[in-house]
Design a binder for this molecule. Structure first.
Ligand code: HEM
Length: 422
C-alpha cells in the first residue's frame, strides 16, 4: 500500500481517473495524454472494468515486443462476457483479421495478405496512385471549393485499395462513408446498411458472388487460398478484407488532411515537398509522428509480467497509446514542434510488434504521391475554418469530420475519367 507521504516504490500501482471516451480527453487531447504520461508511462484506470494505460515511448515498444505475452483476439470469459479485442470496451458483431488474431493463426492470416502490401508491390502502384490523385482532383478542380477528407484523402485511398483487392471501384463511397461515419462520429443513417454491419453485408454478398463467378485480384486469390492445409472460409476472407478497408481509409485520409491544414500558410515548405523527394520522405515520418492518425488500441495480457516496474496480470486489458508515445519527450526533443527534418524518428504511428501496420508502405506511397500533386494543382487553397471539424471521438483515430477549403478553380488534366461520378 502507498502511504500519502511516501514516494511510490517500483511496484506501487499508479491509479488515474483516465477515461478514454471522456469529453475532457476530446477537448484537451495531447495535453491530456501528456498529463497521464508524465505521472507514469504505465498507469491504471478503473474505467471500463479497469485497464492499464501504456503511454510512454519505451513502455509501448517493450509492451508489444513479446508476441506471447498478449492476445488481440476476442474471447468469452467464464461469465459469458465478451472480452479482449483491440477496442475498449470490446466491440461486438465483427472480427478484424489479422488484427484480432494471435499466433500461430496470426502468422497464417498475415502471410495471406502480406505480398500485395510489400515495399516491392507498393512501389509498382505509384503510377496508378498518381493517376487516381489526378482523377479525384479533376472531380472538384473547376468548383473552387471542396472537402479534403471526402473528396481527396478518402477517395484516393479507397480507390487504390479497392483496385488492389479487385473490388468494384464504384463501391468506394459505400465503404468510405461507412468507415468515416464509424471513426469520425459523423451521424449516419440508421438502416441495416449503415456503419459496420453495412460493410460486412456488402463484403459477404461480394464474396458469395465471386465464389460463383471468379474475377482477378487479391480477393479472388484469398477465396482460392488455403490456410493450415484447408480452404479459407468466406468468413475469414471477409474479416481479412474488412481489416484492410477499415485500417487504411480514415487513417491515411486523416494524415493527409492534417498535413494540408498545417502547410496552408507555408509556401516554402510546400515548394520543398513538391521538389525534394528526400525531404518529402523525412517529412512523411514527422507528419506520421505528430498527427498519429491511430491514437491508441488495446491488447489483453495472457501472462503476468512486469512493465516499467508495474505488475501486469494475465487477463488485464492494456491500452497502448501510440500518439502519447509519439509525443514522449524522453524519446523526442520538443515533441510538440513539427520538425520536418527530425532524425532519427522512431515513432509508433504504425504500432509495434507483430500487429504493426500491414499497410504502412501503401500509406506512405499514397501520402508521398497525392500530397505533392494536390499542392501543385491547388496551390492557393485556403482552409475554411468554420467548416472544419475534428472527429467527435478522441481515443482510436485522429482526423477531421470534414476539412473544407476554397481555391482558384483550375482545369481538368485527364482526358477520360476513370469514374463518371465520384
Ligand atoms: C497513415 C495511415 C495508417 C496508420 C496510421 C495505420 C496505423 C496502424 C496501427 C497503429 C496498427 C497496429 C494495430 C494494433 O496495434 O492492433 C495497424 C495495423 C494494421 N493496418 Fe494500418 N495504418 C495506416 C494505413 C493502413 C493501410 C493503408 C492499410 C491497408 C492495407 C492498413 C491495414 C492495416 C492492417 C490490416 C493492420 C493489422 C495488421 C496485423 O494485425 O497484423 N493500414 N495500422
Amino acid at each position: 500500500m502507498t502511504t500519502p507521504d511516501a514516494t511510490p516504490k517500483a511496484m506501487d500501482r499508479i491509479d488515474t481517473e483516465f477515461d478514454i471516451h471522456s469529453p475532457e480527453y476530446l477537448e484537451k487531447k495531447t495535453a491530456y495524454e501528456a498529463s497521464i504520461r508524465s505521472r507514469c508511462p504505465v498507469s491504471w484506470t478503473e474505467k471500463y472494468d479497469g485497464h492499464w494505460i501504456i503511454s510512454g515511448h519505451h513502455a509501448v515498444g517493450a509492451g508489444l515486443r513479446d508476441r506471447n505475452r498478449f492476445t488481440a483476439a476476442k474471447y468469452t470469459d467464464e461469465h459469458g462476457k465478451l472480452k479482449g479485442g483491440i477496442t475498449i470496451p470490446t466491440a461486438e458483431g465483427y472480427r478484424a483479421l489479422p488484427n484480432e488474431s494471435d499466433p500461430p493463426e496470426w502468422d497464417g492470416y498475415r502471410k495471406l495478405v502480406s505480398r500485395p502490401f510489400s515495399p516491392q508491390s507498393v512501389d509498382k502502384l505509384r503510377p496508378r496512385i498518381a493517376e487516381l490523385a489526378d482523377e479525384v482532383i479533376d472531380h472538384f478542380i473547376e468548383a473552387g471549393e471542396a472537402d479534403f477528407v471526402m473528396q481527396v484523402g478518402s477517395p484516393v485511398t479507397a480507390l487504390i485499395t479497392l483496385d488492389v483487392l479487385g473490388l468494384p471501384l464504384e463501391d468506394w463511397r459505400f465503404y468510405a462513408e461507412r468507415i468515416h461515419q464509424t471513426f469520425s462520429g459523423v451521424p449516419g443513417g440508421g438502416d441495416s446498411e449503415a456503419g459496420i454491419p453495412g460493410i460486412q453485408k456488402r463484403l459477404a454478398e461480394t464474396i458469395a458472388a465471386r465464389r460463383i463467378t471468379p474475377h482477378v485480384g487479391v480477393l479472388d486469390d484469398l477465396i482460392a487460398s488455403e490456410i493450415d492445409g484447408r480452404p479459407t472460409t468466406d468468413e475469414e476472407v471477409k474479416d481479412l478484407i474488412y481489416d484492410i478497408l477499415v485500417g487504411g481509409f480514415d487513417t491515411t485520409a486523416g494524415l493527409m488532411a492534417g498535413t494540408v491544414r498545417y502547410l496552408e500558410d507555408k509556401p516554402e515548405l510546400k515548394a520543398r515537398i513538391i521538389e525534394d523527394e528526400d525531404f518529402r520522405r523525412t517529412a512523411t515520418e514527422e507528419f506520421l509522428r505528430y498527427i498519429s492518425p491511430a491514437v491508441g488500441l488495446a491488447k489483453t495480457a495472457t501472462q503476468d509480467f512486469e512493465l516499467e516496474g508495474q505488475q501486469i496480470k494475465a487477463g488485464d486489458k492494456m491500452w497502448f497509446m501510440y500518439r502519447a508515445a509519439n509525443w514522449d519527450p524522453e524519446e523526442f526533443e520538443n515533441p510538440e514542434v513539427i520538425d520536418l527534418e527530425r532524425s532519427p524518428n522512431r515513432h509508433y504511428a504504425f504500432g509495434a510488434g507483430i500487429h504493426r501496420c500491414l499497410g504502412s508502405n501503401l500509406a506512405r506511397a499514397i501520402f508521398q504521391t497525392v500530397l505533392p500533386r494536390f499542392l501543385e494543382r491547388v496551390p492557393d487553397y485556403v482552409v475554411d475554418q468554420e467548416r472544419t471539424r475534428n472527429y467527435a471521438f478522441a481515443c482510436v483515430n485522429a482526423g477531421f469530420q470534414e476539412l473544407r477549403f476554397t481555391f482558384t478553380p483550375g482545369k481538368k488534366v485527364r482526358e477520360t475519367p476513370i469514374l463518371e461520378e465520384l
